[in-house]
Design a protein around this ligand. Sequence first.
Ligand code: URP
Ligand code: ZN
Ligand code: ZN
Length: 472
Amino acid sequence: METLIKSGSIITASESFTADILIENEIIKSIGQDLKIGPDGVIINAEGLNVLPGGVDVHTHFDLPMFNTVSSDDHYTGHKAAAFGGTTTVMDFISQDDEDLIKNVNNWHRKADDKAAVDYGFHMNISKFNDRVAKELPLLQKEGINSLKVFTAYNDRLRLMDGEIYQVMRIAKENNLLVMVHAENGDVIDYLVKKALSEGKTTPEWHALTRPSLGSVESVYRVISLAEQTGAPVYIVHMNTKGGVDHVRNARQSGLPVMGETCPQYMFFTEEDLKREDGTKWVCSPPMRSKEDNAGIWRAVMDGTVQVMATDHCPFYYDGTKPIEYEGQMIAILGKELGKDDFTKIPNGLPGVGDRLLVLWTYGVVSGKISANQFVELTSTNPAKIFGLYPKKGTLMPGSDADITIWDPDKEIIFGTKFSKQRTDYNLYEGWKLKGTIEKVFLRGNLIVDGSEWLGKKGMGEYINCKDISIL
Ligand code: URP
Ligand code: ZN
Ligand code: ZN
């Protein structure tokens, strides 16, 4: 099966030019001028349209159990939402529910494999550490997993102690694994949460007020120091403070293998949003910060201190007692209302997998903050390179998977739940005016999104065995 995308404005991380792309058997066969196709092939005229590599979102939580519910997108609905938002590869975090690491991996495959609608890989959470886990960490590579997430917060649930993180980093260094860190100060949070509750402070803003930004800044510095002591590279997930990215910038300037990821929510929203009547919608961890932090994150995105724009997609309904229609069925999944009287019971996490590219295009590229090439670098090429998916994913070149998005750069829309296909009842960017829409999405040469039409299928997404990690 051949497809020819004709005369599109191709944008990669390094260049922009007008050319044709010939796809054969799911792979990009050639890119050039006046390419020819056989009589049975499909021709798509992309004149005046932008042609970009499919987005790579390396931070999602589909079907993640939390408190008395589960994140409301599973590995099908979340993948479909990703596709409509131009993302064709996702990486999800495996929960460590069992000491036997491979058992956890198999458990995540059981959740994902039959549902997957875009290509996907996994990271492994390490939230319990002992001799057995230490021995099993290198076994993950045979499963195609080269990245581990550790937490300096979520005491008594997910957190590892500093000495344990140090040991994980030593093993990671020996085995070429990448340690990803959720950086906040768990002890300070624990104390402040107990104090707030004892004083009857239960509204959503207390979620942010009990998770101070300086705890995150300090924790970023701490894990950079642990990384320096062990020689292991480190990747800080969902960066959210100016002070945190300043530490990453300094570390990188000193030549340390330190990388950073952020997500759009930390560039647009502040803890003030949690004070709104519907403030639970903005509850995620780490929380929203200040305007100065927003600006600091933008600067880090613009100057390359942060290499990756992901989403931390972990959606919950705002009101999970009310069903919404999804593919012809009415579905209700308990959500943020669980914590309406107690901020510690609000499931933490936000929708975003389908919003990331559209929002960043308007507010990053159209606004002139970043170039279109930087946009591709942040949202597709860099994450693919870091996590060993490149050049299969993350670029447009002969031999790469034909994961391609075709954009109309001039079309303006009013964004929100009507556009975004995330399975939840709200959108953080409801009513935002966006310029630039995604018209067609190809996954390995298969057209899966055509305007508002969904042509993808459950199970067509392929698991990716990640190759070696790279340090950018
Ligand atoms: O609030 C969030 N981000 N929930 C997902 C888990 C995590 O820490 O990334
Ligand atoms: Zn996290
Ligand atoms: Zn996360």
